[in-house]
Structure formats: structure tokens, C-alpha cells
Design a protein around this ligand. Structure first.
Ligand SMILES: C[S@@+](CC[C@H](N)C(=O)[O-])C[C@H]1O[C@@H](n2cnc3c(N)ncnc32)[C@H](O)[C@@H]1O
Length: 387
């Protein structure tokens, strides 16, 4: 580590969040410091002056990106604590919030301060924090809420594999079996509380996309759909609401189906839903005229997707449609689609795919891709027919 002297001069400027801060102008190195550098260490040459915006300095920009995971965990923690719901009732100080949700007031104040500087909450005078348009989507009741998505993405099963991203990169293999000792699905089966947050997260993602999906695809010709790996079936339950003659089967692993059974109690469309437990690697319920795979294929590497698709091909009648809802890697895809791809890779060797990659999977399992349609939501629709 080099020993640096920093010449600091002070100037005042307005930062992008409107906070008045003091600008530190740093120039290094001073020639006299060469004594302190190791024999092979190059002298630092970067000079940051008062005329340059420090926010645009590549090193500072990189540091900001390096700290991104602190942001994720910060958002996840306050979402799990339910702070946005409390702030929806009224703006409050960190101490008031801490008392209401059982957190440490000092730690909470510093977390909320950082999130406010980030633009995620509004820091008002006198230590009071408030929701803004961005953090409103972290409230439970928001129609496009991502509260549980934020909490679940920071939970053990999602977080631990990222701690081994280096090893995954070197070995070309997800480290989840090493860090969890099992697959994420086995882990969630034994951890109902975390599985509950994950199920809610999936419902959040469904609600984000439902309006776009139903606008872009006409489900009117179907009388029976199977939601394969449907979890709580948020998508099909919505479809049942708008299609009174439709019935649905939700198919998932046994512990998930038990939770879905509870969640369905009291649902106005529950009478038109059948719940079936099993594994989509073995067989899926037969005879429906549409099979939905939402956020399923991206969980798995190609060889497992082929097994899932073959099981569906055995069960689907010749006139049936296969509908896949996943992100689509097209040139205009936003950066998060590529991060979701990497997330799936780290989690369980899964991947987001291009239209050609989907076509290849379908072609190898007795289907033909007839439509690949991005929607205004984070989900695209891929329709395939039997050949
Ligand atoms: C990423 S979630 C998607 C859930 C749902 N389709 C949605 O979009 O909200 C993946 C689902 O696949 C289910 N799953 C995992 N392995 C399975 C298997 N072998 N058979 C059936 N379902 C499985 C999980 O329980 C989970 O509900």
C-alpha cells in the first residue's frame, strides 16, 4: 500500500441530490513521497481537481458500483422490516420507526440516511424520513409492489451463492450445493418462513407483469390451463378473474402446493382451481389446452429444460399451446435482464435466453416457436405449438 500525501483544498458546490457539500480537491503524489513507495510500485498519477466532478471520476464511479450490494441488502432489510408500510402511515424519525418495528434506532438512522442520499427515501428536516415515488413500491399494498422481491433477493438462499461468485466463475458451476448443502428448492422446502417470502416475491413479479401479459396475449380461446411450477398461481388466478369459463391447474412441489392450498382459501376463483403436487421432471397433468411456464426455464440449464419440456410434450394434446414467460435477451433488453441471467447462473446454473436459444430447446422437444414477444414489462411471451 502506498503512503500518499493529499493536498486538500476546499470549495463548495451543490451535489446532485441538492445537498450542500464541501468539495475536497486532492492532488497526489508529492514528489517527496517517492521514498515511501515500494520498489516496484508505480507512483499514482491521478489528479482530481476542483474543476472536475468527483462523481465522474472513474475510480469513484467504480467504488460506487462496488458498493452496490450494500444497497441491495439495505433495501432488502428495510423492506423486510416493513418500514415503507410505516412511512405510508406518516413520515417519522428513525427512533419512531425503530420503536415501531423493533430495530436499533442508531443503525436504522444511518441506513435510512444512506438510502435517502440514494434517492430511495426522502430525508426531511429534524431527522424525519418520508416515502417518495420510488420507495412507494416497497409498500405491501402498492399494485406493483416489490416489497417481498426486495426481501427475498437478500435472503439466505439467494444471497449465500453470491458469496461464492468467484469460485463459480473459476469452476463454471453454481456453488449453491456447496453453500446451502442442497438445491435452493430443497432448502426452501425446509425453511417455510423464507419460502413464504420467496412465494410473495414471485407474486410481486407476476403482478408487475400481468397487465402487460394480458394486453399482449389473448387467453380467450383456452378452457383449461396448467401453470407448471405455478407456486401460488398469481398469474392464473388473475386470468380466471377475467375469463369466467377458464379453469386452471396449479402444479408444483408438494410443500409449495400445501402453501398454495392455504393461500387459495377464500379466493373467489378457488373453485375453478385444481392443485396438483409433483415434479415437472417426471410428469405434469395431462390434457389442458395451454401449459404456462413462468420464470421456470430460466431457473435451469438446457439439459434440465429439455426434461421439463419433454414432460409437457407428453401431457399436451396436439392442439395445445406452450406459453413461456421469461426475460428475453434481445439487443434492446435492459441491463437488469443480463443481471438476472447472471443471477440465475450463480443460483443454479440457470440462464436467460435469446429467441434462438428458446427455439432450439423447443425444436429438440417436439415444439415449434411461433412467437417471441417482448412486453412493456420485465417479461416476454414465447408461444410454441406442437409439431
Ligand atoms: C421461480 S419460481 C416461479 C413460480 C411461478 N411460476 C411464478 O412465476 O410466480 C419456480 C417455481 O418452480 C417450482 N419448482 C422447482 N422445482 C420443481 C419441480 N421439480 N417440479 C415442480 N415445480 C418445481 C418452485 O417450487 C417454484 O414455485
Amino acid at each position: 500500500m502506498s503512503c500518499l500525501a493529499i493536498e486538500a483544498s476546499l470549495a463548495s458546490y451543490t451535489f446532485r441530490w441538492g445537498v450542500q457539500v464541501v468539495r475536497l480537491s486532492m492532488a497526489w503524489p508529492t514528489p517527496s513521497l517517492s521514498l515511501f513507495h515500494g520498489p516496484h510500485e508505480p507512483e499514482p498519477t491521478t489528479t482530481m481537481t476542483a474543476d472536475k466532478d468527483p462523481a465522474l471520476d472513474p475510480s469513484a464511479m467504480m467504488m460506487d458500483k462496488i458498493l452496490s450490494y450494500c444497497r441491495s441488502q439495505g433495501i432488502g432489510a428495510v423492506a423486510r422490516l416493513g418500514l415503507p408500510d410505516l412511512l405510508a402511515e406518516s413520515p417519522r424519525t428513525a427512533a419512531e420507526l425503530a420503536a415501531a418495528c423493533g430495530a436499533d434506532p442508531d443503525y436504522l438512522q444511518r441506513m435510512l440516511r444512506a438510502l435517502s442520499v440514494e434517492g430511495i427515501f426522502e430525508a426531511r428536516g429534524d431527522g424525519v424520513f418520508a416515502l417518495n415515488e420510488l420507495s412507494e413500491v416497497l409498500t405491501t399494498g402498492h399494485p406493483r409492489s416489490v416489497r417481498w422481491l426486495a426481501a427475498s433477493m437478500c435472503d439466505h438462499a439467494h444471497w449465500q451463492p453470491w458469496g461464492k461468485a468467484f469460485d463459480a466463475l473459476v469452476e463454471g458451476k453454481s456453488q449453491t450445493p456447496r453453500v446451502l448443502g442442497m438445491s435452493p428448492w430443497e432448502y426452501l422446502s425446509g425453511n417455510p418462513e423464507e419460502a413464504g417470502r420467496f412465494g410473495q416475491a414471485m407474486s410481486n413479479m407476476s403482478r408487475q407483469a400481468i397487465a402487460a401479459i394480458t394486453e399482449c396475449y389473448d387467453f380467450g380461446s383456452f378452457s383449461h390451463v396448467v401453470d407448471v411450477g405455478g407456486n401460488r398461481g398469481t398469474l392464473v388466478l388473475d386470468l380466471l378473474g377475467s375469463h369466467p369459463n377458464l379453469r386452471a391447474t396449479i402444479f408444483d412441489l408438494p410443500p409449495v402446493i400445501e402453501v398454495a392450498r392455504e393461500a387459495l382459501k377464500g379466493d373467489p376463483h378457488g373453485a375453478r382451481v385444481e392443485l396438483v403436487a409433483g415434479s415437472f421432471f417426471e410428469e405434469v397433468p395431462a390434457g389442458a389446452d395451454a401449459y404456462l411456464l413462468k420464470h421456470i426455464l430460466h431457473d435451469w440449464p438446457d439439459e434440465d429444460c429439455l426434461r421439463i419440456l419433454r414432460a409437457i410434450r407428453k401431457a399436451i394434446p396436439k392442439h395445445g399451446k406452450l406459453l413461456v414467460f421469461d426475460a428475453l435477451l434481445v439487443p434492446e433488453a435492459p441491463p437488469w435482464a443480463y443481471w438476472l441471467d447472471v443471477h440465475m447462473m450463480i443460483l443454479q446454473d440457470g440462464k436467460e435466453r435469446t429467441p434462438d436459444e428458446f427455439a432450439e430447446l423447443f425444436g429438440a422437444t417436439g415444439f415449434e416457436l411461433v412467437r417471441a414477444q417482448p412486453t412493456p414489462s420485465p417479461i416476454a411471451i414465447l408461444e410454441a405449438r406442437c409439431v
